[in-house]
Design a protein around this ligand. Structure first.
Ligand SMILES: [Cu+2]
Length: 144
């Protein structure tokens, strides 16, 4: 009888330790994910983006925080590297993809994506903002 009690006590203790181990390992994995997020702040004004090219490592979760400072602007980027066919698997995986993000003057727009596939991804302004609008461009370079 005593032996059985001892055995079940051992079982309960190890079950608790196992649950505790699972619980303790959770915050660590959450921490690891947030460490991988790279926040990049960019300002947009006639006729340039402040940071370009933007360099990120493949596999990084990126948050672009873009603020238009002098005028309304836009942000348009393809989800496959320059020169690749648009039917290819997305190299930039957006949380919420848009054809053209509108950047309102004075407001910060957050664009979030995972930089999956190495390559050069060009972006440009897609909100007519003046004479130099067509030359308002930049690049995101995803490195291996
Ligand atoms: Cu423009």
């Amino acid at each position: 009888m005593k032996k059985i009690a001892k055995c079940s006590l051992l079982f309960v203790v190890s079950a608790i330790l196992l649950a505790l181990g699972t619980f303790l390992s959770l915050p660590e994995s959450i921490r690891a994910t947030s460490q991988d997020v790279k926040v990049i702040e960019i300002t947009a004004k006639k006729y340039e983006y402040s940071t370009s090219p933007v360099h990120v490592k493949a596999g990084t979760k990126v948050q672009l925080k873009i603020t238009a400072i002098d005028h309304d602007h836009g942000f348009k980027i393809g989800n496959v590297p320059d020169g690749a066919s648009s039917s290819e698997k997305a190299g930039l995986v957006f949380t919420s993809e848009q054809e053209c993000w509108q950047l309102k003057k004075g407001e910060t727009t957050m664009i979030e994506f995972v930089a999956q596939t190495p390559g050069t991804y060009s972006f440009k302004c897609c909100h007519t903002c003046g004479l130099g609008h067509k030359g308002m461009k930049g690049q995101i370079i995803v490195e291996q």
